[in-house]
Write a protein of this length. Structure first.
Ligand SMILES: [Ca+2]
Ligand SMILES: [Ca+2]
Length: 199
């Protein structure tokens, strides 16, 4: 008798504190083709020698979903390195512009407003003939290529979808400075008028 009453009390206690949906981890879907767009690339920032620590690029969530970026692979094929893999727990709201940067340290990254993903030396944004890809498993989610990279300015995309960014005429050179790293709009929609990207 006592033990069954104890079981009832225990189940009441459980249901009143944490049973049901509260306290459960919320899971979010992984990105699918068309969800993520590489929207801005700063491969050649203003620097005092080696530009690597100030390199960054931006990814836009064009979907209406909150996405779990864990496992996303970032690669510059010409680096001849294994891809950088985004760690678990990076959750991206719809419409967000996320900053992927070499370094999360504002004293060396050129004054980025924040960093959502730090890729370190795994990814190097070369200053010419750059191809940058983001993939999940065997699915290539987006890829951009630039033969010529401006010095001290990012390239930003004017049509935010993963097909338009394959066309160079949809890319523009930033003109508004964000900090010591040069001109760009890291983490936000670009507002500069378009100076066409170099061929
Ligand atoms: Ca570079
Ligand atoms: Ca931007």
């Amino acid at each position: 008798m006592r033990s069954s009453l104890g079981a009832v009390l225990a189940s009441l206690l459980l249901s009143s504190c944490g049973g049901g949906s509260t306290g459960q981890p919320v899971s979010h879907p992984a990105p699918e083709l068309g969800d993520l767009v590489i929207s801005e690339v700063m491969a050649n920032p203003i620097d005092t020698g080696n530009d690597a620590s100030r390199e960054w690029f931006e990814v836009y969530n064009a979907s209406s979903k909150t996405l779990d970026l864990g496992g996303l692979e970032v690669s510059v094929p010409s680096n001849n390195k294994p891809p950088f893999v985004v760690p678990a727990g990076v959750i991206m709201p719809p419409g967000a512009y996320f900053i992927f940067a070499d370094s999360a340290d504002p004293t060396v990254n050129g004054g980025l407003p924040r960093v959502d993903v730090a890729f370190g030396s795994s990814v190097q944004l070369v200053n010419a003939s750059l191809t940058l890809t983001i993939s999940l498993g065997s699915t290539l989610l987006d890829s951009v290529s630039f033969a010529t990279i401006p010095n001290g300015s990012s390239l930003f995309l004017v049509a935010l979808d993963p097909v338009s960014n394959d066309t160079l005429s949809n890319w523009c050179v930033s003109s508004t400075s964000y900090g010591a790293g040069g001109a760009g709009s890291p983490g936000a929609a670009a507002t500069d008028s378009c100076v066409p990207a170099p061929m």
